[in-house]
Design a binder for this molecule. Structure first.
Ligand SMILES: Nc1nc2c(c(=O)[nH]1)N[C@H]1C(S)=C(S)[C@@H](COP(=O)(O)OP(=O)(O)OC[C@H]3O[C@@H](n4cnc5c(=O)[nH]c(N)nc54)[C@H](O)[C@@H]3O)O[C@H]1N2
Ligand SMILES: Nc1nc2c(c(=O)[nH]1)N[C@H]1C(S)=C(S)[C@@H](COP(=O)(O)OP(=O)(O)OC[C@H]3O[C@@H](n4cnc5c(=O)[nH]c(N)nc54)[C@H](O)[C@@H]3O)O[C@H]1N2
Ligand code: SF4
Ligand SMILES: [Mo]
Length: 675
């Protein structure tokens, strides 16, 4: 490649915005990266994390060739090997393991490092290979599952509002979501709504930077959101503002749900949520009389024991107010369910039905029955609950661990073989935002760095090395793209490569559920027979989180810990980036003065945060941004780069949320002590 060219691409990270970007390539080298101004949703700006992505691709600690471990597990001591040696070692071990123990002894642990449909988890990259081998299935439930399931009970699908329509909302509830940190491009649409007179309310136990910009902030007690939803609806009923025609014609189970709402008058809800009764009442009155009301509730809200029920119940609000009638009304969680790409990981290739292992349950699941742990696009030692037990499980000598990575994470330190992975400027991929309604194409801009290979190419080479004959294992990236796009007639690969993105085939503005709801009744379900059959409450309602139901009772660990998104990292991605580490000013833990004083904690001092699971260390920030009784420790710092060698997940329990075995990252009790 000579001369200068501009290559269209997309940010691959697990962020709702999936930015459109443009890479400037000069003489085969990427020399510039900027957000694409023409993209209708992301409109140019990237973010503090990704602005210097090109530098990150060239970071000194990038893994550029295959390696084998030479020190003990966890030591991080490796020696360079050739791809040929890596593939031979792996082929031999996999063949031996499948022969002796069966394919189910392999756990392909795929994470969210890239959301690509070709290279990443959205298309279950690599899964065809695993199916031929008969490997265990992997349930990637770590992020959004409890909420997805909750929404499915109410609406039949997790898909909801097109986020662009928030510009049309007149009341906006930012509920358990930190927009300006975790997907800031929505803010432009919120600003448009504000300019037209909309009122914006943040409902979050933390006064986040998003709450700072809202008109009103309700610092709710964690894990009590469904009670607030019922209390607000109580006021809507008092005001006589329920949409009776909508209730009659588009919902299922109103009488039973109404009886549930009537159990939650604002006075009771004030006791449960820790919010002033007057504030609940005032917001209830606003909700009663403001159409359209748009609710943005994202994943933060469902990282709790009652998290699925919280989303299920919040989703009932527009059923009562009739907001789904209007563009700008309803609930927006994720847009993924609107994407119709023809994902085909070929489970038909499995030689026999196999077990499913659960991503959120790595410490429990990694028992003697697992002989090979294959980690790709994931950093479980930084991101998954119960870090100490994972470390112990990964130390087992007879466990063969392969990690495909870009950087030497804590997880890499436990690998037998490390395989170097390409970064987004070096491979082709097809994406869809989970916070917008566009498909995106990422054209490779430069050659892979060092000896790194993409996920698909790694599995193709491995399949060839093992002599596997299933033809679909050898489909090229462009063939995979063509296959995916058969699900979206009208959007061709040629068009996507030329234009960079294409709006999903939906009207603009998009109003979902105008033709009914994909539930068994075809209506919005306040009452769900499917939930009942699954052992869950029949009627949507309040299921307290673990901390909400026990905090007062625990004298040993009295503080509720939330571990939200960090502004400067994307999960643990960028946790090794010196500039972003510096900007994070962490690891830190936010503590209210009322909790700091009795513990003798001073501003800026290093403290131990601990419970029965383990401990991590963080610098105390005394702050009225957290309620008394609540502490916040942002996620993303690498354990080995943190004081004490652990991050908050050492104190996160491997408990399940009420739905989908979701993780409970914001639902743990801790104590803090000065060091
Ligand atoms: N900068 C940055 N952006 C990210 C990420 C990142 O790590 N960094 N992660 C990405 C990923 S993987 C995801 S899934 C999304 C997640 O994005 P969000 O959904 O925004 O997730 P969280 O930061 O976990 O939680 C959001 C807010 O919910 C609040 N919260 C916690 N518990 C409760 C509760 O019980 N009730 C209420 N009302 N609020 C509560 C937290 O205090 C937090 O401010 O963001 C993505 N974007
Ligand atoms: N305490 C706490 N923990 C949390 C959360 C929380 O709120 N609090 N949030 C959870 C959430 S929402 C999520 S989604 C999970 C995420 O957890 P994981 O899925 O483990 O994601 P990351 O920690 O970002 O690690 C992804 C790794 O993939 C690598 N990678 C990126 N692209 C590629 C690629 O193309 N190929 C390969 N082979 N590797 C690649 C990156 O270098 C990075 O090390 O974390 C969860 N962990
Ligand atoms: S992390 Fe999100 S906001 Fe930042 S560039 Fe990627 S998609 Fe855009
Ligand atoms: Mo996530």
């Amino acid at each position: 490649m000579t001369g200068e060219l501009r290559v269209l691409g997309a940010c691959p990270l697990d962020c709702p915005d999936t930015c459109s970007w443009e890479v400037t390539v000069r003489d085969g080298e990427a020399v510039g990266l900027r957000g694409n101004k023409d993209h209708p949703y992301t409109r140019g700006a990237l973010c503090v994390k990704v602005n210097r992505y090109l530098e990150h691709t060239r970071a000194a600690d990038r893994i550029l060739h295959p390696m084998k471990r030479v020190g003990p597990k966890g030591s991080g001591r490796f020696e360079r090997i050739t791809w040929d040696e890596a593939l031979s070692t792996i082929s031999d071990r996999l063949t031996e393991i499948v022969g002796e123990h069966g394919g189910e002894a392999i756990w392909p642990y795929q994470g969210t490092g890239t959301l690509g449909y070709i290279q990443g988890e959205s298309g279950e990259a690599g899964r065809r290979f695993w199916n031929v081998l008969g490997a265990s299935r992997h349930d990637l439930n770590i992020c959004a599952r409890a909420g997805n399931d909750g929404l499915r009970y109410t609406n039949g699908t997790p898909g909801g509002m097109d986020p662009e329509t928030f510009a049309l909302s007149r009341l906006i509830l930012l509920w358990g979501t930190n927009t300006l940190t975790s997907g800031h491009h929505l803010w432009k649409f919120i600003q448009d709504a504000k300019a037209a007179g909309a009122h914006v309310v943040a409902i979050d136990p933390i006064r986040t930077r998003t709450a700072d910009q809202a008109d009103e902030h309700l610092p709710i007690r964690p894990g009590t959101d469904a009670a607030l939803a019922l209390g607000l609806l109580h006021v809507v009923l008092e005001e006589g503002a329920e949409d009776r025609d909508y209730l009659e014609n588009h919902t299922h189970g109103w009488d039973e749900f109404k009886a549930e709402i009537l159990k939650y008058p604002p006075s009771r809800v004030a006791d449960i949520t820790g919010l002033p009764e007057a504030g609940i009442r005032a917001l209830g009155v606003r909700l009663a009389h403001t159409r359209p009301t748009g609710i943005r509730a994202t994943m933060g809200i469902q990282r709790h024991e009652g998290g699925g029920s919280a989303m299920r119940t919040i989703a009932c609000i527009p059923g009562v107010t009739g907001d789904w009638r209007h563009p700008g009304g309803g609930v927006a969680y994720s847009t993924s369910a609107h994407v119709r790409l023809a994902v085909n990981p070929r489970y038909d290739l499995l030689p026999k039905p196999v077990r499913t292992l659960t991503m959120t349950r790595l410490a429990d699941g990694l028992d003697e029955s697992v002989k090979c742990l294959w980690v790709y696009a994931a950093n479980p030692l930084g991101s998954t609950s119960d870090q100490n037990r994972i470390r112990e499980a990964m130390s087992r000598d007879d466990l063969f661990t392969v990690v495909m990575e870009q950087f030497p994470t804590d997880t890499v330190d436990y690998a037998d073989i490390v395989l170097p992975a390409t970064m987004q400027t070096e491979h082709a991929d097809l994406h869809a935002g989970y916070g917008h309604m566009y498909l995106m194409w990422n054209e490779p801009a430069v050659e892979p760095a060092g000896e790194s290979l993409s996920t698909t190419e790694t599995f193709r080479r491995l399949a060839r090395h093992m002599g596997l004959t299933e033809p679909s294992l050898y489909d090229s990236d462009l063939e995979l793209a063509e296959q995916l796009l058969t699900g979206t007639p009208g959007i061709t690969l040629d068009r996507l490569r030329k234009e960079g993105w294409a709006r999903l085939d939906v009207p603009d503005p998009f109003v979902p559920f105008t033709d009914g709801f994909p539930t068994p009744s075809g209506r919005l379900e306040f009452v769900s027979e499917r939930a009942e059959a699954a052992g869950l409450p029949r009627v949507a309602g309040y299921v307290p989180s673990y901390t909400a139901r026990t905090a007062g009772a625990s004298r040993e660990y009295p503080l509720t810990m939330i571990t939200p998104a960090s502004h400067t990292f994307l999960n643990t991605t960028f946790g090794n980036n010196p500039e972003l580490q510096r900007r994070s000013k962490g690891p830190k833990v936010l503590v209210n003065a009322a909790d700091a004083a009795p513990r003798g904690l001073a501003e800026g001092q290093l403290a131990r945060v601990f419970n029965g699971n383990g401990e991590f260390r963080a610098y105390v920030e005394i702050s009225d941004r957290v309620r008394p009784g609540v502490v916040a420790a942002p996620k993303g710092h690498w354990p080995k780069l943190s004081p004490g060698g652990a991050n908050p997940n050492a104190a996160v329990d491997e408990r399940d949320a009420d739905m989908g075995r979701g993780a409970v990252y914001h639902d743990n009790l801790v104590e803090i002590a000065a060091i």
